[in-house]
Design a protein around this ligand. Sequence first.
Ligand code: SF4
Ligand code: SF4
Length: 320
Amino acid sequence: MANACLITEIQRFAINDGPGFRTNVFLKGCPLKCVWCHNPETIDAKAQVFWKKRLCVQCGACMEACPTEAIQPPIDPVLAQSEGVDYYKIDLDRCNHSMQCAAVCPYGALEITGKLLTVKEILDEVESDLPFYKNSGGGMTLSGGEPTAHPDFAEKLLAGAKARGLHTCLDTNGYCSWDILQRLLKYIDIVLFDLKHTDPEKHKQWTGVDNALIMKNLARLTQTGVETWVRIPVIPGFNDSIEDHQAAVEFLNGLPGKIHRVDLLPYHNWCQDKYGWLGLDWPLGRVEAMEPSLLEIPKEYYEMSGLKTTIGGSGFEDAN
Ligand code: SF4
Ligand code: SF4
């Protein structure tokens, strides 16, 4: 249904996703599977269950309610309780997303991620912060997941935002047909375009897809004249070497049109809980969060090549 989409979060007062104060709308569903993804619940396009085990009192109500028997009891409940290990297990392969378990859990240990919201419902909420946008140059940022994976809905939402006089940003990984991007551009003030790696092999290894389409789309985007901020999530062991930055700078300076700024986004691991809630392992278990100051030297390097650059992508920071 193009008039509604599963949304994982509407995040108000965001300051790192476009200019000023912004409301970020996170759509569910993404064609990439980045190893470091900070929002793993946005990858699957279907609604999912967050299982917050710390809140679980092991009452078993969810198991009774599950129509597909996806929730199984422990082999030895007494041992499980005495040793404090996990009690009930959710077999995600058997889950049919009926969410009946979450509906009956009396302790809020099961939470649905992915709420079906209409264009109007979203815009009414976004518009409630209008005074803050006016004073700060902010507005709505459409994010995810990947908004272009829902082209009809994204177009309606962006067009609706424009009709209400809102400033709009599209936060995209660029992995979509050019036709889709072009359709959306009519309603976008700034594109926040992710560049993860210039090397196709490494890109595929860490995100699941080749980067040829992404790089081609970025090149075409710069020819349209739309304001474009390139965002590079800097991930230890993936794209944080001098050679990686050199390759990115070379690619960006070789684009046919203008890049308005580059945001170097330091890796963090604040999303670990979410992986646990989804029953997944955090793939970068031992990798420590990156000190933003470590990006000062790469930032200087980008700037020396003529690219306005920030660390962290603040919408209030003067990138000059
Ligand atoms: S219903 Fe909630 S509290 Fe009870 S076992 Fe299931 S998750 Fe735990
Ligand atoms: S493109 Fe973004 S949302 Fe999609 S998997 Fe990568 S980091 Fe996650």
